[in-house]
Design a protein around this ligand. Sequence first.
Ligand code: AMP
Length: 361
Amino acid sequence: MAKASDPTEALPLGGVIGVLGGGQLGRMLSVAASRLGLRCHIFEPGQDPPAGHVAHQVTTADYGDSSALVSFAKSVDVITYEFENVPADALDELESIAPIRPGRNALATSQDRIVEKQFLADLGLGVAPFAPVDDLSSLEQAIATIGTPAILKTRRFGYDGKGQVRISKDSDLDAALSSVAHAPAVLEGMIPFDSEISVIAARSTTGEVACFDPGQNIHIDGILATTTVPAPISDSVRTEALKAASQILEALDYVGVLGVELFVSGDDLLVNEIAPRVHNSGHWTQNGCVVDQFEQHIRAVAGWPLGNPARHSDVVMENLIGVEIDDVAALTTEAGVGIHVYGKAETKPGRKMGHINRLQR
Ligand code: AMP
C-alpha cells in the first residue's frame, strides 16, 4: 500500500489511518475519519474498545508485541495515537514503515514532565517552578528551593490528576513519596491561579496552523468537569495563549492536534502541560464549530488542508463521569444539547463515560 511518506502528499479517499489506542478519543477520531471518507484501524491491548465499535479494523495486541505492531503499520497509510502513554519504543520500529504523526519528538517531550517543562521554559514560556525528585533528600532539597504549598507529580504516566500529591509545610514526606510509589517525580510550586484554560491547536504537514478559541476548564477531583467557551479572559491573555500554542507547534515541527493547558493568574500565563493529541477540553468543538478537533486532527495527519477553527456557538461542555451517564435519557429531551456517549462496557466511579455540549445561544 502507498504510504504518505511525502509530507505534502494527501491521503486519498479510502485511505487508512492507524490509531494507537482505542478509547473514546480513538472512537471520535474514527467517526470523524469516516465522515471524510477515510478509515481507521485501531490498535488496542484491551478487549472490546470503544473505538472498535465504529472502526474499519481492530488489532487486539499489547504494545510490546512487535510483530503485531509491524503488521498493523503495514496495513495503514499513516499512524497516529490517541493517548500520550504509548511506549515510545513501540514507535521505533514503525517509523520506517509508515509516517507517525505527531512525530516521536512530541510524544517524548510530553511523556516526561521535566523534559516537557524544560522544553517550555526554553521557549521562553512561563511554567511553575519545578525541581526533580528521586528520593527523600532530593524532595527536601526541592522543598527548600520551591517552598510549600507544592505538588509532587510522577514524571511519567500521570493522567486525570493521578500520580500526584499535594505537599504542605506539615506533610509527611515519606508518605508523599510512597503515594507516588517512589517513582521518579517532579515537585512543582502550587500556582494560585485565577482560572485554568486550554488551547486546542493544529498544524498541518505544510506548516499551516489553526487554533480553536481558548476554553475555561473546571476540574473536580483532578478530573475535567466542564469546559466553557469563550473563556472569560482578557484579549491580551487570549492572544498570548494562542501565541504560546503556535510557538509549541512550530518548535516540535508538529503535525496534528495538540492540547495546551494553561494557568491564568492576573495577566500572567503559565503552561501547565501539553498533550500531543485531541483533548477532552476540545470536545466542545463538536457542537461549536463546523470542523471539530477530531476532524481537524484527521485532516492534519492525512496531509489535508486544515479546517476553519471559527466558533459558531458558545458552548459549555460537561463530562458525564461514572453514573452520570444514567442522565442521558433525561438529556435527550433538552433543547440545544449535543450528546456523546462512549459505549464503555462498564460504568466505574471516576470513569469518563460520555459528555454533553450545551449550546448557549
Ligand atoms: P495535571 O495532571 O498536571 O494536569 O494536574 C491536574 C490538575 O491539578 C490541574 O488541572 C490543576 O487543577 C491542578 N494542578 C496541577 N499542577 C498545579 C500547580 N502547579 N499549581 C496549582 N494547581 C495545579
